[in-house]
Design a protein around this ligand. Structure first.
Ligand code: KIV
Length: 264
């Protein structure tokens, strides 16, 4: 199987082919996800919640992210690998560069950072040093205590305009990908059409270029799933089948359906 690269993902956006992304934290699941033809694996800092049992992603350390990135890289033979930079690991351009280097050396092909317009400076520093960056905007879980909970973002016209402008500025700063979390579907559509880089959505409607879900959520292991989650394990007898079903639902546009979206 040919390796999926950033160019592959850009071409898929240009050709209107949907991109299936899934979180992954170890070699065994990486192998299964590769066999199920997931395009990109995200070593998300959600591992702090789904693996470690915390109620937020804040306790996750760079050492833990490096460890899980190494594991995923060992089990993956062609998927594109994105690794999250955890809370406070990119609070200055210098620190970001030092920590991004650790993730890239562990096998990541891209790092993901969460925030707002202030990410521009960090993105410039990383991209100038050969590190592709995915900028995560909208609901950014590392700022859960700023938002006062895991809440939909961009609901007012002012917030929506701000997010659209942020997306454009971050592309301009050099971001090679965006991740939009928990925003109204029409805003996500507008942002995806306004930038030339691939946009991954989670709780962001059906019109983003890519979809991502947390592995444990789509396998039905979360007893309080968010509105945007579908349990792909429900009518399946193996994890491989469930992941294959997720990939085909993303590719044919049947996931996310109306009931998984924030429509105002
Ligand atoms: O950490 C994570 O898993 C994420 C989700 C948005 C998929 O960033």
């Amino acid at each position: 199987m040919k390796a999926v690269t950033l160019n592959t993902l850009k071409t898929m956006k240009q050709q209107g082919q949907k991109i299936a992304v899934l979180t992954c934290y170890d070699a065994t699941f990486a192998k299964v996800a590769n066999q199920a033809n997931v395009d990109a694996l995200l070593i998300g800092d959600t591992l702090g919640m789904v693996l470690q049992g915390n109620d937020s992603t804040l306790p996750v350390t760079i050492e833990q992210m490096v460890y899980h990135t190494t594991c995923v890289n060992k089990g993956s033979d062609h998927a594109f690998i994105i690794a999250d930079m955890p809370f406070m690991s990119y609070s200055s351009p210098e620190l970001a560069l030092k920590n991004a280097a650790l993730l890239m050396q562990a096998g990541a092909h891209m790092v993901k950072i969460e925030g707002d317009l202030w990410l521009s400076e960090i993105i410039k520093q990383l991209t100038q040093n050969g590190v592709p960056v995915c900028a995560h905007i909208g609901l950014t879980p590392q700022a859960v205590h700023v938002f006062g909970g895991f809440k939909v973002q961009g609901k007012t016209e002012e917030q929506a305009n701000h997010l659209l402008n942020t997306a454009k500025q971050l592309e301009h700063a050099g971001a090679a990908m965006l991740l939009l979390e928990c925003v109204p579907s029409n805003l996500a559509t507008n942002i995806s059409q306004s930038v030339s880089i691939p946009v991954i959505g989670i709780g962001a409607g059906a019109e983003t270029d890519a979809q991502v879900l947390v592995l444990h959520d789509m396998l039905g292991l979360n007893d309080k799933p968010a509105k945007f989650v579908r349990n792909f394990m429900q009518d399946k007898t193996s994890i491989q089948e469930a992941i294959e079903s997720y990939v085909s639902a993303v590719k044919d546009g049947s996931f996310p359906a109306k009931e998984h979206q924030y429509i105002y």
